[in-house]
Design a protein around this ligand. Structure first.
Ligand code: TMP
Length: 253
């Protein structure tokens, strides 16, 4: 069998050239990292869960008219996406204080914010993805003013959608991070939600008990990450039927 061309290997995913021009295969690994990869482990089954959860969220966004890069899931660990130019920003939306904003501003974790707060970090591992302002983004040309207007609108629509979906299954969406891609349709370009949306890139707390159901379980050594992600998938009704052995993709219909 012909070997696929690897385009990029990140911390949690590997990207391969897709079957048609303009497409990419995203392979979800079981690797978990935190604190800019200072802490790392392999969590069996994480890739399968994130693949299915990201499919669920991206498809839902598509259904309400929020453009995403998602095309279709190929198997338990892979999905086909549109190839796009990733804007070098991590777009973070916060509904409740937690993590870095709590540290930075001295706000107790769990405090409801007066309104959703959108933050931007410059995507650069060597620099530890520093927080930047729109002034930096404009001055260094990472995105145009029109892009920033579109990014803000996408981020808030994703927030409303995800908050509602999670609330319906008794989970509070504390915050999340998305990445935005630029795609070209002939002479036109537009922005789409790219990368992944999964418990790796969100903070999800059980509304009743406050139990953490996201990557903080790994970051803070709070127990089994697989159990936490499985609980999210179970509540959303998207549990994989037969999680395969790690590294061995299984074809599904
Ligand atoms: P923070 O509180 O550490 O800034 O994280 C905010 C949100 O962004 C949280 O949901 C976790 C997510 N996140 C990522 O997806 N990737 C990262 O590298 C970091 C630091 C956070």
């Amino acid at each position: 069998m012909a070997r696929r061309k690897k385009i990029y290997e990140g911390k949690a995913k590997t990207l391969f050239e897709g079957p048609e021009p303009g497409t990419i295969v995203q392979y979800f690994k079981d690797d978990a990292t935190a604190f800019n990869a200072e802490k790392r482990d392999v969590i069996e089954g994480k890739g399968v869960l994130n693949n299915i959860l990201s499919e669920f969220f991206m498809q839902g966004l598509g259904q309400i008219g929020v453009p995403t890069h998602f095309l279709k899931r190929l198997n338990m660990r892979e999905q086909l996406v549109r190839s796009c130019e990733i804007i070098p920003l991590e777009v973070i939306v916060r509904n409740y204080a937690a993590g870095s904003i709590s540290k930075r501003l001295g706000i107790d974790e769990g405090t409801q914010l007066p309104r959703p707060i959108v933050e931007y970090c410059y995507k650069d591992d060597a620099l530890g993805d520093p927080l930047v302002t729109e002034e930096h983004i404009a001055a260094f040309g990472w995105a145009s003013q029109q892009d920033m207007d579109d990014i803000l609108s996408l981020a808030l629509r994703v927030n409303d959608f995800l908050s509602g979906v999670m609330l319906a299954v008794g989970i509070r969406l504390v915050d999340f991070k998305i990445e935005i891609g630029r795609v070209y349709d002939g002479d036109f370009q537009r922005l789409v939600v790219a990368d992944e949306i999964s418990p790796d890139s969100c903070r999800l707390w059980d509304i009743e008990t406050g139990r953490k159901l996201d990557k903080d379980v790994f970051r803070r050594d709070l127990g089994s990450l697989t159990d936490a992600y499985t609980e999210v998938a179970r509540r959303l009704g998207v549990m994989p039927n037969n999680p395969p052995a790690p590294g061995k993709p299984t074809l599904v219909n």
